[in-house]
Ligand binder design. Structure first.
Ligand SMILES: C[S@@+](CC[C@H](N)C(=O)[O-])C[C@H]1O[C@@H](n2cnc3c(N)ncnc32)[C@H](O)[C@@H]1O
Ligand code: SF4
Length: 524
């Protein structure tokens, strides 16, 4: 029989080479010989963790911590194991212990900063980012920290930090310089901005291969002007996020050329909103071979008959064929593309919420986005405006189940379906209630989009964000440059910090149904 030292080394090689069963057998041998061998228990736990046997991993890490309560690597993996089985409170306690551990190293702080941020524990995330800064300047992490300060309302910290950096030209690249200036202008609540937009939602045309009954694209065809296209290209160096939509972008001939022109902008993330029915093999390959692409595919039903009623002119079989083709291209390129399923919820599909999540799992979607139907005038499909109590009750009953399913399949769920008002408050969306109950001071301003974004809808109207009610211009009379600091945009920037909305802002943004993260961060 090998010595414990030898078994330990063999076990670690098995773990490295993903032969977890063999690794586990080696570590168990050591534990049989030396019951209190801390390293062997730790490596056993790590092998179980990597094998996704989280309950067994938890037992092993608890044993490690009985032997040595100061093993912060064990606290960290124990926390992550708890997180994986959905025991979020236990996970938070463990994360806090790691964060208080004085000798935690750089990689641990990186991991913690990201974990705290994704768990929405922003105060703790800020502390971790601040610790990371002591290791030297990292542009990405510094940008995250500034965004977190502004998100938390710590405007003074941004105002103290940024001017010196700008003056000393520490961030010479125009992308980073613009980001710093923009965060400073948000903190100062400027109404006229020197910084350029960081997020664009561009509608190239309303031309489409489909004719969905709820769509506001209208019948007369329009195309974005060449002048606006040139302005958009001139903004590429400043952009963090660029979303393309139509109509249907894959019907627009110049889209290929525009997409190719984005190639050299390494900080830029792009999202394409599409019905996916015109994606060719060539496009699938092009998309999957690029970095930082998100494809948002509108699938309003997973039932063929209803899909073809809503997505009028579309074929469900083609959709499925194209999803398979996209996933093949994603696998071929080991792509980091994010695939999102978007469903517009209405009377015909409200009963498919669980099925959307199952479908998303079957076709390897990363995100499911549920958005309410919006309508101009009376629309029998609009269960939200019509306050169809029975249907809304059934949605609220389905909500815990779909959240659980999404968690189980590791699908991010962006659920923007509104809750009913107080008189019918049988339903609860904890995030929205939490925001509602916060004092007004701490909510101001509820949204930073007018400082960061220009968005164009399918009618050609331009807004700070498509959720807004009052347009700041339109694609037929205005360019992006015209609207960025025009009178209406300045009114948005003046009213939001005063918590004065009239009817320009969407009530779902003010109530918290649209999470503040969406309205303030660039990426959710
Ligand atoms: C106008 S479409 C353009 C992109 C593409 N043709 C598509 O269908 O994904 C953009 C998004 O708006 C959604 N949409 C269309 N009409 C809507 C409505 N009345 N209310 C809410 N969302 C709507 C679509 O389902 C799609 O996700
Ligand atoms: S929702 Fe999208 S696919 Fe449907 S008609 Fe409108 S633009 Fe076309």
């Amino acid at each position: 029989m090998e010595t414990p030292k030898k078994s330990y080394e063999i076990g670690k090689v098995h773990t490295e080479q993903k032969r977890y069963d063999l690794a586990i057998a080696e570590f168990k041998k050591i534990i049989e010989a030396e019951g209190n061998n801390e390293q062997a228990h730790f490596e056993l736990g790590r092998a179980y963790y990597l094998q996704k046997e989280f309950a067994l991993a938890i037992k092993a890490f608890q044993k490690v911590l009985n032997l040595n309560s100061g093993n912060h690597h064990a606290h960290l993996l124990l926390a992550k194991s708890y997180q994986n089985i959905g025991a979020h409170d236990l996970a938070r306690d463990e994360f806090k212990k790691v964060s208080e551990y004085p000798a935690a190293d750089y990689d641990t702080h990186v991991e913690l900063s990201e974990l705290f941020k994704s768990a929405k524990m922003y105060d703790l995330a800020i502390k971790e980012y601040e610790k990371l800064l002591t290791y030297g300047s990292d542009h990405n992490r510094f940008a995250d920290l500034l965004q977190l300060y502004n998100f938390n309302g710590d405007y003074t910290k941004v105002k103290n930090l940024v001017p010196d950096l700008l003056e000393n030209n520490c961030y010479a690249d125009i992308f980073w310089k613009n980001m710093l200036l923009n965060e400073l202008e948000i903190a100062e609540k400027r109404v006229f901005l020197q910084s350029k937009p960081r997020i664009l939602l561009v509608t190239l045309s309303n031309r489409c291969n489909l004719n969905c009954p709820m769509c506001g694209k209208g019948n007369s065809v329009w195309e974005i002007s060449q002048h606006t296209i040139e302005q958009i290209i001139s903004l590429f160096p400043y952009l963090e996020l660029l979303t393309w939509q139509g109509g249907e972008v894959f019907l627009v001939e110049r889209f290929k050329d525009l997409f190719e022109k984005t190639f050299s902008f390494t900080y830029l993330k792009q999202i394409i909103i599409t019905n996916a029915l015109l994606i060719t093999e060539e496009w699938a390959d092009r998309l999957a071979s690029r970095h930082n692409i998100g494809l948002t595919i509108s699938i309003d039903s997973v039932d063929k008959k209803i899909y073809e009623q809503i997505r009028r002119g579309g074929s469900f079989d083609n959709l499925v064929k194209n999803l398979k083709m996209l996933n093949k291209a994603r696998n071929k390129h080991s792509s980091n593309m994010t695939l999102s399923l978007r469903a517009t919820i209405m009377k015909s599909n409200f009963d498919q919420l669980e099925k959307f999540i199952e479908f998303a799992r079957d076709y390897q979607f990363d995100v499911v986005q549920l958005a309410p139907l919006s309508s101009d005038g009376y629309d029998p499909q609009n269960i939200f405006v019509n306050k169809d109590i029975e249907i809304l009750r059934s949605i609220s009953q389905a909500t815990p189940k779909i959240r659980e399913l999404a968690k189980k399949y590791k699908i991010k769920l962006l659920d923007w379906i509104p809750v009913l008002d107080g008189s019918n408050s049988y339903t609860e969306k904890s995030e929205a209630v939490f925001i509602e109950n916060k004092p007004v001071e701490s909510k101001k301003p509820v949204c930073f989009r007018p400082w960061k974004q220009i968005a164009m809808n399918v009618k050609g109207d331009i807004f700070p964000e498509c959720l807004c009610s009052e347009s700041i211009g339109d694609a037929f009379h205005n360019t992006f440059e015209d609207v960025w600091n025009n009178e209406k945009m300045q009114i948005y920037r003046k009213k939001l910090p005063e918590y004065e909305f009239t009817d320009w802002c969407n009530s779902d943004c003010i109530s918290g149904i649209i999470p503040p993260e969406h309205l303030k961060f660039t990426f959710v």
